[in-house]
Design a protein around this ligand. Structure first.
Ligand code: SAM
Length: 246
């Protein structure tokens, strides 16, 4: 619990990013992302605040299906959680789960569970080149993986992928002592059972060490991006057009 959190630990890598990572542990990690995200990423709140209003606008204006892009989708659970809610509420939507890691894309595709998500293994720049646009471009727990140039490129590319009235929302952990201690304690209790054989605990702690504080992120974000603080120990880097649906 005595980790140095005074600055981003950019020199420390997550085990799941190792191309030689144990395949079974990686698969268990993707499988467990859903449970972790249900607690810390709160897909229901994301749906109500940012997705449903845009889906409603599409429906009310007769302008077709809502298009969502999840960048760095990992195991795809956030996409599945949004797909279930959109279907429940009768909103037609097209969701793309994008990741640069083919292992994540393969796993997510094999565990679509009828959600009907589109999977793509590519960098965001490829979608920009293809002229794709989305109503909602989001990421979750991706920013802290990126170096300075990677972050700048990600923000520029995702902003260019936003349709008129569109939103870009990069969600991540906020580096804090409280968050680190809470995650360490919570996962310690589950380390021998639910989280056994996965990278969740170790990579989660590394992620917190690599993450930005809200002030650090605001300092490197280009003009037009807004940093929001959330609970528990969350942050969001957000860009939306002036006439975007709130
Ligand atoms: C910690 S996982 C998060 C997965 C998922 N978003 C979630 O919240 O469970 C980070 C994911 O981002 C992917 N990733 C990292 N850099 C990326 C980039 N530049 N473009 C797309 N995906 C990226 C990794 O391959 C990994 O699957």
């Amino acid at each position: 619990m005595g980790a140095d959190l005074s600055a981003r630990a950019v020199g420390v890598s997550e085990l799941m990013d190792d191309p030689a990572a144990d395949a079974r542990m990686l698969e268990r990690t993707y499988r467990r992302f859903g449970a972790v995200n249900a607690v810390v990423s709160r897909p229901g709140a994301l749906y109500r605040a940012d997705v449903r209003p845009r889906a409603r606008r599409r429906r009310d204006t007769g302008s077709g299906r809502l298009r969502i892009l999840d960048v760095g989708a990992g195991g795809g659970d956030l996409c599945r959680a949004l797909a279930v809610r959109l279907r429940r509420d009768g909103f037609p939507a097209e969701i793309t789960a994008l990741d640069v890691d083919p292992r994540a894309v393969s796993w997510a595709q094999a565990h679509d569970r009828g959600a009907g998500i589109g999977y793509r293994c590519a960098p965001v720049a490829e979608l920009v080149r293809d002229g794709e646009v989305f109503d909602v471009v989001l990421s979750n727990h991706v920013l802290h993986h990126l170096d300075e140039d990677g972050l700048a490129g990600m923000l520029e590319d995702t902003r260019r992928l936003a349709a008129p009235h569109g939103l870009v929302a990069h969600h991540d952990i906020s580096r804090s002592r409280g968050g680190y201690v809470a995650f360490a304690a919570g996962t310690w209790l589950l380390a021998g059972t639910v989280l056994a054989g996965s990278f969740i605990r170790e990579d989660g702690l590394t992620s917190i060490r690599r993450s930005y504080t809200p002030d650090e992120l605001a300092a490197v974000a280009p003009a037009g991006w807004e940093v929001r603080r959330g609970f528990p120990s969350r942050l969001e880097l957000r860009w939306e057009q002036d006439d975007a649906v709130a």
